[in-house]
Design a protein. Structure first.
Length: 329
């Protein structure tokens, strides 16, 4: 019996608690939240114990699920690893690549499982798409959401785009050669929409767009390869394969799109985490993969910030020139 606890039972964490409570071979020892009433409510629903300080539960469990705001990922995950706990941590792995690298290194030294919650890897439409990828040439992904006050501790790159960054890296298995990125803060002080074009050393290209200020949510992921393209809609959980046949593009098979009713990606990724703990195996979306996705996300952020600084400097220079012209005239 694997003893687990969920640290942070807000909007997403309470679902973690419900899944763990229903998994065979798992004992949900407790749930933790600084908001005491919330911790008590989820504990009652999951028939477990409420804690208000995560450090109290660490000696009682074999593994934890960390579902706190990103700014606290490093401290909580580090403490859990040092206490000998295997850790499932929601994406992104940490607030910075430096923090993420430290956690990956620590987990490796201690021989503990560290899995990152890139849930799209377990979306059945994406799993179906990955099974059909052959020689990808071009990828385009769009991930947009309505504005929500949740997750505003990070920008849209770490909130939304990082899902597609992870998928692209899993597909291409090639280093980034070059990137061009643009983005802007619109309703918050962080980047709210962003677009990037990634060039990889193996020749593959990927265009990713993310926004959290759309009127209508959308989640599309397309892979183009020789003679065909693959399309997954992770919001609707559908998959389409279109291939060139007798000079025309047709669905293959013709009854597509494929749909996947009854899928439960969160339950599946938590089941795989528990299996990795039991077997001492490396899970899908390991700490190393979480670090690589975060590292690329920060390169994109850095490029957007560089573009913004360049624009402001150029604008300032133009204003200075205009003032000199006005004075001289």
């Amino acid at each position: 019996m694997i003893k687990v606890a969920v640290i942070g039972v807000g909007h997403l964490g309470r679902f973690h608690a419900e899944k763990f409570a229903s998994l065979p071979g798992v004992e949900l020892v407790g749930v933790v939240d600084v908001l005491r009433e919330r911790a008590r409510e989820v504990a009652r629903r999951c028939h477990t114990r409420a804690f208000y300080d995560y450090r109290e539960v660490l000696p009682l469990v074999d593994a934890v699920s960390v579902v706190v705001p990103t700014v606290h990922h490093f401290a909580v995950t580090k403490a859990a690893l040092e206490a000998g706990c295997h850790v499932f941590v929601e994406k992104p792995l940490a607030s910075t690549p430096q923090e993420a690298y430290h956690l990956v290194k620590l987990a490796g030294e201690l021989g503990l499982v560290l899995q990152v919650g890139h849930i799209e890897r377990f979306n059945p439409a994406i799993k179906r798409l990955l099974s059909e990828v052959d020689t990808p040439l071009f990828i385009e992904a769009q991930r947009v959401s309505r504005f929500s006050p949740r997750c505003l501790d990070v920008d849209v790159i770490l909130d939304l785009m990082i899902h597609d960054i992870d998928l692209v890296l899993a597909i291409t298995q090639s280093p980034v050669k070059d990137l061009q990125a643009a983005g802007a803060p619109v309703v918050t002080d962080k980047i709210d929409l962003a677009s990037v074009r990634l060039h990889f050393e193996n020749g593959m290209v990927a265009n990713l767009t993310a926004s959290r200020i759309a009127l209508k949510p959308a989640r599309s992921f397309r892979v183009y390869q020789s003679g065909a393209y693959l399309a997954a809609d992770t919001l609707e959980s559908t998959f389409v394969k279109v291939k060139l046949q007798e000079g025309q593009f047709v669905n293959s098979p013709p009854h597509l799109p494929e749909r996947f009713p009854g899928a439960d990606p969160l339950r599946e990724e938590l089941e795989i985490f528990i299996k990795a703990v039991e077997e001492g195996a490396s899970p899908p979306v390991s700490g190393e993969e979480g670090f690589e996705a975060l590292e690329l996300a920060f390169l994109i952020k850095k490029e957007i910030e560089r573009q913004k600084a360049h624009f402001l400097a150029r604008e300032g220079s133009c204003l200075s020139d205009l003032r000199r012209q006005c004075v001289s005239s």
